[in-house]
Design a protein around this ligand. Structure first.
Ligand SMILES: [Zn+2]
Length: 115
């Protein structure tokens, strides 16, 4: 059973969206902590992306069972810390190798952010 974990960067809290929430009949969700509402267009795109993603994982399971195909289950993870683009400093060495930039802020996580 899939669900989405959504981080609200207005208040810094997270909430979950479950299958039952993911419907074009539903209004865009509010953050339950600070009540800010998701943009309608982004909500509709999120629903479509969610069902596409969930179906791929479901098919991995189905074809593993039916045809003995290798079983994979994929999670989409997003870096928790949002850094505004102007706060990212390019580092030539690093950029050449990884396409990543170095964050000026002291990051508690990986210290690097993809551009
Ligand atoms: Zn919030």
């Amino acid at each position: 059973m899939e669900y989405l974990k959504v981080k609200c960067h207005r208040c810094g809290n997270s909430f979950h969206l479950y299958n039952r929430d993911m419907s074009h009949e539903e209004k865009p969700p509010h953050c339950p902590h600070c009540l800010v509402q998701m943009d309608k267009t982004q909500w509709e795109r999120l629903i479509d992306a969610y069902f596409t993603f969930a179906e791929v994982n479901k098919n991995f399971r189905k074809y593993h069972t039916d045809r003995g195909e290798p079983l994979f289950q994929v999670e989409l993870l997003t870096e928790k810390k949002y850094v505004k683009p102007e706060k990212i400093v390019l580092n030539d060495d690093l950029t050449g190798r990884t396409g990543a930039g170095m964050c000026k802020e002291s990051c508690t996580e990986q210290g690097y952010h993809r551009l």
